[in-house]
Design a binder for this molecule. Structure first.
Ligand SMILES: Nc1nc2c(c(=O)[nH]1)N[C@H]1C(S)=C(S)[C@@H](COP(=O)(O)OP(=O)(O)OC[C@H]3O[C@@H](n4cnc5c(=O)[nH]c(N)nc54)[C@H](O)[C@@H]3O)O[C@H]1N2
Ligand SMILES: Nc1nc2c(c(=O)[nH]1)N[C@H]1C(S)=C(S)[C@@H](COP(=O)(O)OP(=O)(O)OC[C@H]3O[C@@H](n4cnc5c(=O)[nH]c(N)nc54)[C@H](O)[C@@H]3O)O[C@H]1N2
Ligand SMILES: [Mo]
Length: 760
């Protein structure tokens, strides 16, 4: 953090010179300017590596520079010349390191050696790989399989993920929570009920053909900047882009392509959104109902805006939904959405005038108590005009981690019915467990109540990403076993269980040399496209192992009798893992190795694209929401309670904090800020620059608060405020999550704001 933070409005577009300057600055900081620039040319190329940042689709014909500012940051962060060797750990106890910031920890560089925590000295000490495997295996054999968790962050490749889920099931559980449990699980619950598949239905071509784009709760300029290119193209074609977001995000306003010499020279900007609706946090169900109501009413009046032929042939539940829309009350819609009827009718007109509409959404939709219903409401809107399963139309959940969608596809899920368990039993000659496993929230509950005894983390920073930070940090040391496979040091590594190992692995940018030569892996992107990724950088150290190699050795050490799995052959040649995946999941992965060689890769199966509806009714379903408010408790909370959205800055990847600037929001040198509207500031007697404390406004016997937050007057709708994740995670109660999906409701945390007298 800087001693002299500043907050000034940023006048530039997304992209532009700011972005270019930022990339070079980052490479220089990591001492990888020359090598880094060369490496970036291989990013998102068929013969190169798939970006480790976001999950946005990689085009089959990539541009020369097929990367963005934040993708470049992620690469630079991984290929840094800095290292965290055993000597570093010898000089710092974990107690001391717990006082470091998230930024300082990861900025130390790459982990280099397998380490075991030594309780007496409270330091990590180097351990031989063989000893680590043997000891972890012995610990796992002693534990009750149901008490152990196999967490995966969303970065591990399809091959790795397949091995991970198989290891968990051979060991004896379905405890496979992953980051999607905090992210798009609302999508994974909602879409199968609505349209029969758990993923989106669009491809990049649909963006080329669409007539309108509706954009909900996703911050494209920061979190999936490569998507700005199709948006820019669409905007240039005159396609309206209608945005619903409480905050005016720069990437959704205007963009200069940093890789176009002409645009850079002339300073030419493209406007992105044609209409920008600053709704209240959690107001989306109401806003979309407003759109639907306007359409239904126009149709009732004879305007023929609904696609009755599609509705008749392909959908179920229309009559009820139509009735619900007709009867809904504009006053309530206006109050909950924070938007006027006129604004919603205007957006509805744009929607009705377009033949094909693509609807994009992100965490602003999924991370609410009624996140599942919000997703289903978006589908309702699309169904009214047959906007699924035709060119230029469809639903586009923008996934987060680069392979988070793929992890689910190959069986990382706590829900046994979603994994090919019968197939696994047949292939590997065992009886896989059929009991429902633990998702992320249930894992946290188990850690707090002591029923979870062991935690294996395949990447990620679980303890920092989950809610209820204080109780989680207090409970973690009671775990018997804590094993983290990671590239960089983070807070979770500093909170040990009784037996604790930190295992360093190769990153995706690095050459993965195995017995049969250098290996490639594969990734499924947000639009369901599966493509290869081949590391090109020299590994960060000679002692690193690949994730597949680590999983294989852990599995062998834990389950000496898992003879039917050819772990060693798989590690020697990852193509053999792909053969096994193809056998387990032939619909999406038949001829896996052959199809992977094609530029652009191949698409996974998505029946809804063909208007085949694998739902219980055999049709696409209109689903009436249970209520219009994102947080069912909110109405009772009173006027001094605001809805806090926890959001990302432009200088972070989840819990990885690259730096303290959020360029597009004009914040420099700090992350401890609270964005709040002028009306609420006046109402609550707050002044710009004042230091405040946030306290969660729920009564469940626990006090949750975060102090030292600087008030920033910002364009935020009344009754809402925003601050950064993960700093605000201590405020989120564990039970405050999406109903059914259990995604923590990180975008509507009820908080009170009070002056924080003691702080600077
Ligand atoms: N550089 C970078 N890239 C990333 C990540 C990163 O941290 N850094 N994270 C990756 C991951 S794992 C994910 S899941 C994605 C996350 O990408 P996003 O889905 O963009 O997630 P957030 O940054 O949390 O921002 C959510 C957006 O929703 C808006 N919003 C908040 N509440 C509401 C609401 O109630 N309604 C509506 N309509 N909008 C709302 C916020 O103002 C913000 O613009 O990005 C991925 N890509
Ligand atoms: N309040 C609030 N909380 C949130 C969110 C929010 O918007 N608000 N967003 C949620 C979302 S969408 C997500 S996805 C989660 C993210 O939760 P996680 O996925 O658990 O967290 P990350 O910060 O992505 O994990 C970063 C760590 O991964 C490790 N790592 C990086 N690359 C590799 C690799 O190649 N292999 C291995 N083995 N390790 C690697 C590094 O050690 C790094 O420190 O957080 C969730 N939490
Ligand atoms: Mo995510």
């Amino acid at each position: 953090m800087s001693d002299d933070p500043s907050i000034e409005p940023y006048v530039g577009p997304a992209g532009g010179w700011g972005s270019l300057k930022s990339v070079e600055g980052i490479l220089a900081r990591e001492n990888r300017l020359a090598a880094g620039n060369a490496l970036l040319l291989k990013q998102n190329k068929h013969d190169g590596f798939s970006c480790v940042s976001c999950a946005w689709e990689k085009p089959a014909q990539p541009a020369v520079f097929e990367y963005c500012e934040n993708g470049a940051k992620a690469t630079a962060w991984e290929i840094t010349s800095k290292r965290v060797p055993p000597e570093f750990f010898a000089g710092h106890t974990l107690a001391e390191l717990r006082g470091w910031t998230d930024h300082a920890l990861e900025a130390e560089g790459r982990l280099t050696h397998p380490m075991r925590w030594d309780k007496a000295s409270d330091t990590y000490r180097p351990v031989a790989w063989e000893d680590a495997y043997r000891e972890i295996g012995a610990e796992l054999r002693k534990l009750d399989p149901e008490s152990v968790i196999f967490y995966a962050s969303g970065r591990a490749a399809l091959e790795t993920s397949y091995m991970w889920q198989l290891f968990a099931r051979l060991y004896g559980n379905n405890n496979l929570p992953d980051s999607s449990n905090m992210c798009h699980e609302s999508t994974s619950v909602a879409l199968p009920e609505s349209i029969g598949i758990p993923v989106g239905t669009v491809t990049l071509e649909d963006f080329e053909q669409t007539d309108a784009i509706f954009f909900f709760g996703q911050n494209v300029g920061t979190n999936s900047p490569r998507m700005l290119h199709p948006l820019q193209e669409a905007s240039k074609r005159g396609v309206p882009i209608v945005t619903f977001n409480p905050l005016r995000e720069r990437g959704l306003e205007r963009f200069t392509n940093p890789q176009s010499p002409v645009e850079m020279l002339t300073g030419k900007e493209t406007r992105i959104s044609s209409e920008y609706h600053q709704l209240r946090a959690g107001g989306d169900i109401a806003a979309v109902l407003g759109l639907c109501k306007a359409l239904v009413m126009a149709d009732d009046a004879g305007a023929k805006v609904l696609d009755h032929a599609f509705i008749q042939q392909h959908t179920h539940g229309f009559a009820d939904f139509q009735d619900y829309a007709r009867k809904s009350d504009w006053a309530e819609i206006e109050r909950e959405s924070g938007l006027t009827r006129a604004a919603l009718e205007s957006a509805a007109r744009v929607y009705a005038a377009a033949d094909g509409v693509v609807l994009v959404y992100g965490m602003g939709i999924t991370q609410h108590r009624r996140g599942v219903e919000a997703v289903q409401m978006l589908v309702n809107l699309l169904l009214l005009r047959g906007n699924i399963g035709k060119a230029g139309a469809g639903i586009c959940p923008v996934r987060g981690h680069s392979n988070v969608q793929g992890q689910r596809t190959v069986g990382i899920t706590e829900k046994p019915e979603l994994a090919p368990l019968d197939k696994l039993d047949q292939q590997y000659g065992f009886k896989s467990p059929r009991k429902l496993g633990r998702n992320t929230v249930e894992t946290c509950e188990g850690i707090i109540d002591g029923s979870v005894r062991g935690f294996l983390g395949l990447g990620g920073n679980f303890i920092r990403a989950v809610p209820e930070t204080e109780a989680m940090e207090e409970a973690w040391p009671r775990l018997r076993l804590s094993v983290q496979i990671a590239t960089k040091l983070n807070r979770n590594h500093l909170i040990p269980g009784e037996v604790t190992f930190l295992l360093p692995c190769l990153g995706r940018t690095e050459i993965d040399e195995q017995r049969n030569g250098p290996q490639l892996v594969s990734i499924e992107d947000s639009n369901g496209q599966i493509h290869p990724s081949r590391g090109v950088a020299k590994p960060a150290g000679p002692h690193l192992r690949s994730e597949p190699a680590i999983i294989a050795e852990l599995a062998k050490a834990t389950l000496p009798d898992s003879g039917k799995v050819p772990w060693d052959d798989w590690v020697a040649d990852y193509a053999r893992i792909r053969d096994a995946v193809a056998e387990s999941l032939p619909e999406s992965f038949h001829d896996y190795n052959a199809r992977l060689r094609k530029p652009g890769g191949f698409p996974r199966a998505r029946a809804a694209r063909e208007r085949i509806w694998k739902t219980k009714t055999g049709k696409a379903n209109f689903i009436v929401p249970a209520g219009l408010v994102a947080d069912p408790d909110a109405p009772a909370l009173g006027p001094d309670v605001l809805r806090l959205m926890t959001i990302r800055s432009n200088d972070q990847f989840n819990t990885t904090i690259y730096g303290y600037d959020d360029r597009f929001r004009g914040v420099n040198g700090t992350r401890r800020v609270l964005f709040i509207g002028r009306n609420d500031m006046v109402r609550l007697g707050l002044s710009d620059g004042q230091t405040v404390r946030l306290t969660t406004a729920v009564q469940d016997g626990r006090t949750r608060s975060v102090g030292s937050m600087r008030v920033v007057a910002y364009d935020v709708p009344d009754g809402c405020c925003a601050a950064y994740y993960p700093e605000c995670n201590p405020l989120i109660p564990l039970w405050h999550h999406a109903e059914r999906a259990k995604v923590p409701a990180a975008k509507s945390v009820p908080v009170r704001i009070t002056p924080d007298a003691g702080a600077a």
